[in-house]
Design a protein around this ligand. Structure first.
Ligand code: PSV
Ligand code: MN
Length: 388
């Protein structure tokens, strides 16, 4: 059986996956949000929970914030709190989808007052990034229309460009803007940033510090996502991943759970394009845990990414190039499948132990007593939820 080389293992040792603060709050569907005992009541408790994931896996050294869900009076204190827990604050996500004013758009709105408010929100997010030491501002827009004729789609692209330009101009030298696309929802007829091409066109018009964010859940069924990964890496504009799984729409399920082979294929292209452990490409999760426990859900997620990265590293690229050059279709495909079908879990468990981490992070967390402790301690107050 093929095994991971020392070089593969040192690559894996560098891997870092950012966690979303909102994964630790309650979430659900439009039918029901189920509360869980021990759910954080504020951003400080969310970060303490995220630190548990890093503690047991060594894979998740940073936590993304969502503003205003994670708004606090003192961001310096939040930063120190994260550092005290062995993690740091990462990407700041803006939010222009939960305010009455944004019913018909935010950065694209035809009303200059509303556009101003939306741009100002992003400038305030950059102020927060200055205080938290965050590098990336992630923008996902809930903008579009439901009915043909409702909007002037062309004018909205122009206004989007103007708004983004103003936000971009405020970025510091070491800061970036990543623009996320999504093909539908909450608008259903047209979406202002529906696909990687539109996101690419918009960020390319801004400058080098603007990149595309690829959320794996934001494509139509059957989309070849690894092709998009290849193309964005080729263009030097793949800024970040929001990893998750989908069966139907934007399900936000555990990455690698629905289709591990797709995750493997994506990671093969990431490695091929030089995007693994590259400062240009941030690995993040964008998930919610509606029915499963949240901290173990996040532990499972980062382990899934690690396992599929390990399998992708096993791909014999020299043999693959030779098979491709010889038009040996079946040999080329067999090489992909050999790597994908290799169970790396025993080797990763032993390697983890050798680095002072638990062989089985899921079991280690379960045995730690943390879940029982937060359930007992976090009594009273309002539990955080997706949207608060
Ligand atoms: C909404 O679709 C969404 O899931 C986007 O993917 C964002 O990244 C996330 O919410 C947080 O705003
Ligand atoms: Mn996302």
């Amino acid at each position: 059986m093929t095994s991971l080389s020392p070089e593969n293992l040192s690559t894996l040792a560098e891997q870092a996956i950012e966690l979303p603060s909102w994964a630790f709050g309650n979430s659900g569907t439009r039918f029901r949000v189920f509360a869980t005992s021990g759910t954080p009541r504020d951003p400080f408790e969310k970060i303490a929970d995220a630190a548990q994931v890093h503690h047991h896996t060594g894979l998740a050294p940073s936590v993304a914030l969502h503003i205003p869900w994670d708004a606090v009076d003192d961001y310096g204190a939040l930063r120190r709190h994260a550092e005290d827990h062995g993690v740091r604050l990462g990407t700041v996500n803006s939010n222009t989808f939960q305010d009455e004013d944004y019913k018909f758009g935010a950065l694209t709105h035809h009303d200059a007052r509303i556009r101003r408010k939306a741009v100002d929100h992003h400038l305030a997010c950059i102020d927060i990034m200055d205080a938290t030491g965050s590098r990336d501002l992630k923008i996902w827009l809930a903008e579009g229309s439901n009915y043909p004729g409702q909007n002037d789609m062309r004018a909205r692209q122009d206004r989007l460009h103007d708004s983004l330009q103003e936000i971009y101009a405020r970025l510091g030298d070491d800061q970036r803007l990543v623009l996320e696309y999504k093909f539908f929802e909450p608008a259903f007829y047209h979406t202002d940033v529906p696909d990687w091409g539109t996101s690419y066109v918009q960020v390319a018009a801004l400058g080098e510090k603007a990149m595309v964010c690829l959320d794996t859940g934001h494509h139509a069924p059957g989309t070849n996502i690894e092709f998009i990964v290849m193309q964005l890496l080729r263009l030097g504009r793949l800024g970040s991943f929001d990893f998750n799984s989908r069966f139907y729409a934007d399900d936000d399920l555990i990455v690698g759970a629905a289709d591990p082979f797709q995750l493997f294929r994506i990671l093969v292209e990431v490695i091929r394009g030089g995007g693994l452990n590259s400062p240009d490409v941030a690995f993040m999760l964008d998930q919610c845990h509606n029915i499963e426990d949240k901290i173990p859900g996040q532990i499972r997620s980062v382990l899934n990414v690690q396992e599929m990265t390990a399998r992708a590293l096993l791909l014999d690229r020299e043999a693959l190039s030779a098979a491709q050059a010889a038009n040996d279709v079946l040999a080329a495909n067999a090489l992909m499948m050999d790597a994908f079908q290799t169970d790396v879990r025993p080797q990763l468990a032993a390697w983890r132990e050798g680095r002072g981490l638990p062989a089985d992070p899921m079991a280690a967390y379960a045995a730690s007593g943390y879940a029982e402790r937060i359930a007992a301690e976090r009594v009273g107050g309002a539990q955080a939820g997706w949207g608060a």
